[in-house]
Write a protein that binds this ligand. Structure first.
Ligand SMILES: [Fe+2]
Ligand SMILES: [Fe+2]
Length: 150
C-alpha cells in the first residue's frame, strides 16, 4: 500500500470542523475516527475481510448520523430539509455502489477511489450544507432556549 498516499488521507481526516452543535460535532468527529481507523488499518496491512467490515461499519454509521441530522431538521422545521435529505440519500446510494465494487475488486485503486470520494464528499457537505443547517439551528429560538433537547 502506498504509504505517502495513506498519510495524505490521515492528514485530510485529522480533525472534523466544529459547527457549534455538540451532538452533531461529536458525530462528525466520530466519523473522522472511523475513516482514520480504515486508513491506519490499510497502513498496517490487514486482510480484506476486516477492512470490508470496517467499511460496513462506516456505512451504518453514516446512516445513523444522517437519521440523527434529519430528525433535528424536521423538529426545527428547517426549510432546506428536503434538499439536504436528498444529498444524504444520494451519498448512501453511491457509498453502497462503491462498496459493492470494492467487494468484487479489492484493489488499492478501488480503495483509494473510495477514500478520495469520501474525503471530497464529506468536507464539501459539512462545510456547505451542514454548516447552513447548523447556522439555522443555532439561531432557532427553541434551540437557544433548550439546547439540551438537541
Ligand atoms: Fe453531517
Ligand atoms: Fe448532512
Amino acid at each position: 500500500m502506498e504509504k505517502d498516499k495513506l498519510n495524505e488521507f490521515i492528514n485530510i481526516w485529522s480533525s472534523a470542523p466544529d459547527l457549534g452543535i455538540p451532538s452533531q460535532d461529536y458525530q462528525h468527529h466520530y466519523f473522522f475516527i472511523l475513516v482514520r481507523r480504515i486508513v491506519e488499518t490499510l497502513k498496517d496491512g490487514h486482510e480484506s475481510d476486516y477492512l470490508h467490515n470496517l467499511f460496513s461499519e462506516l456505512n451504518q454509521y453514516a446512516r445513523f448520523h444522517f437519521r440523527s441530522e434529519e430528525l433535528m431538521m424536521k423538529s426545527l422545521e428547517f426549510p432546506g430539509f428536503d434538499a439536504h435529505r436528498i444529498k444524504h440519500t444520494d451519498l448512501l446510494e453511491e457509498l453502497s455502489i462503491r462498496e459493492g465494487e470494492l467487494a468484487m475488486d479489492f484493489s488499492n485503486e478501488k480503495i483509494f477511489e473510495l477514500l478520495g470520494f469520501l474525503s471530497h464528499w464529506f468536507s464539501e457537505h459539512t462545510e456547505t450544507v451542514d454548516k447552513e443547517f447548523a447556522d439555522y439551528v443555532l439561531g432557532h429560538p427553541l434551540y437557544k432556549s433548550k439546547p439540551n433537547l438537541f
